[in-house]
Design a protein around this ligand. Structure first.
Ligand code: HEC
Ligand code: HEC
Length: 402
């Protein structure tokens, strides 16, 4: 007997991950974390509210760069899903462009291997990378940054309040920034409410069909993986999709309009750009870390949470829209000697691509806007020495310490 196609798909949904997690019993969380795994950080790394508030202020502060122009938030823009939407690869110190796209910092607390090539595993250490990189915030040394922060009147006593009497130093600056980053948790998307929260109406029929394609016919789930009770949509591993092999012309087109700072744009000719940019083609991906030939052109599988907010896509920002990403996978990625065997032409219909897109757009967390608003409040003086001191006092009270 031949089953009609629809019945087959329904049968498949009943048997595979495509179905909602009806038996999981996950209760909707009120704090924006529905669908996220429990966070396991070493106890010492659990940030206190005062540390978070200090970290947020540091994150937003342009004075952390050598010439007072560049903050973390200028590449990881809070309103742009904590990445940069305008540019394939962001512009750092004095207009120098970086070779890779800025990853979102939403849910970075779960990332075990940081950067597109996984070369770092501690958020505390990572923060010192951009602070000292000559093409990012360009400080000559850690001591320079520490001395500068100590001399800024608005930071006076803030570290002591947040870190039990300790001053600004290499560790406390790293801990404050990392502590803040670990609070950028964003689950509770419409998908989470449908799948884990069991709210039948949270996703419409196109989005539901899109999930079926994601976890079935297109097999995106093989790398952008999910667990029974939660999902990060990444296997945390490295794969060669062929993005690094895309035609250089597309990258060149994307780089012509250059943003020096928010609101400040210039157009540069190709030659000038080449002279100040690192050549994108010099990127060997995971190979740069392992020196294993099989890792050439492999990059970390990114999360797909909040994906609608974090264009452009891929390690080099070479795909501007989610439609382009879907077309890329439709073709089976870009052929090259090391391409992952999982990637094959998908033969999706126009309707299936539309549904897959609708599903990806249902992965935006409800609190993404409020996290951006909180960050901006810090930038405009929202966190002050008084608020950090009050938090520190409140905390000690809660902990029963003097
Ligand atoms: C000039 C732009 C720029 C600035 C400024 C900047 N970053 Fe980044 N950030 C990037 C880029 C690009 C990457 C990816 C680099 C790579 O993978 O090689 C990145 C990666 C990261 C990552 C790793 C995320 C992941 O998913 O692996 C973290 C965390 C991070 N930045 C935090 C910060 C902090 C904290 C600051 C401020 C102290 C900062 N960044 C300043 C551009 C920037
Ligand atoms: C073989 C593993 C694999 C499969 C299968 C796969 N992906 Fe990916 N995906 C990756 C990797 C690795 C990257 C990062 C590539 C890069 O940075 O160059 C990525 C990147 C992406 C991005 C860009 C994320 C960002 O923040 O830049 C999107 C969107 C995406 N994939 C969606 C999909 C969809 C939709 C499917 C199914 C049609 C799919 N992926 C199938 C491994 C995979």
């Amino acid at each position: 007997m031949k089953l009609p196609l629809l019945a087959l798909c329904l049968l498949a949904s009943a048997l595979t991950a495509c179905r909602r997690a009806d038996e999981s019993g996950a209760a909707p969380a009120a704090d924006g974390t529905l669908g996220l795994p429990p966070l396991t950080v070493p106890h010492a790394a659990v940030p206190s509210p005062a540390q978070v508030e200090l970290g947020r202020k540091l994150f937003m502060d342009r004075r952390l760069s050598y010439n007072d122009t560049m903050s973390c938030a200028m590449c990881h823009v809070p309103e742009q899903g904590f990445t940069s939407n305008e540019l394939a690869t962001p512009i750092g110190f004095e207009g120098q462009s970086l070779r890779r796209n800025a990853p979102t910092l939403l849910n970075v607390a779960y990332v075990q291997r940081l950067f597109h090539d996984g070369r770092e595993n501690s958020l505390e250490n990572q923060a010192w990378g951009p602070l000292l990189a000559t093409n990012e915030m360009a400080n000559p040394s850690a001591d320079h940054v520490i001395g500068k922060i100590k001399a800024l009147p608005d930071y006076r006593h803030m570290f002591e309040f947040a870190f039990n009497g300790r001053e600004a130093d290499r560790e406390t600056i790293g801990a404050a920034l990392a502590g803040y980053e670990r609070t950028l948790l964003s689950g509770d998307s419409r998908f989470d409410r449908w799948h884990y929260g069991q709210v039948k109406t949270a996703m419409n029929s196109n989005e539901q069909a899109g999930f079926c394609i994601f976890s079935g016919k297109a097999n995106c789930i093989a790398c952008h993986s999910m667990d029974k009770n939660n999902a990060l949509f990444t296997d945390g591993r490295f794969h060669n999709t062929g993005v690094g092999w895309l035609a250089g012309t597309e990258k060149a087109m994307a780089m012509r309009a250059v943003q020096l700072a928010p609101g400040l744009r210039v157009t540069m000719d190709e030659r000038t750009l080449q002279s100040i940019s690192e050549a994108a083609s010099s990127d060997a991906g995971r190979y740069e870390v392992t020196h294993n030939a099989a890792d050439r052109g492999s990059y970390r599988t990114p999360t797909l949470r909040n994906i609608a907010l974090t264009a452009p896509y891929m390690h080099d920002g070479s795909l501007a829209t989610l439609e382009q990403v879907i077309e890329f996978y439709e073709r089976g990625g870009k052929d090259n000697p090391g391409k992952d065997a999982l990637l094959k032409p998908l033969h999706l219909s126009t309707g299936e691509k539309r549904d897959l897109l609708a599903f990806l757009r249902a992965l935006t967390g409800d609190n993404a806007t409020s996290l951006a608003v909180q960050a901006r409040a810090a930038a405009s003086g929202g966190n002050t020495i008084e608020s950090v001191r009050d938090l520190a006092i409140e905390e000690r009270g809660l902990l029963g310490k003097p």
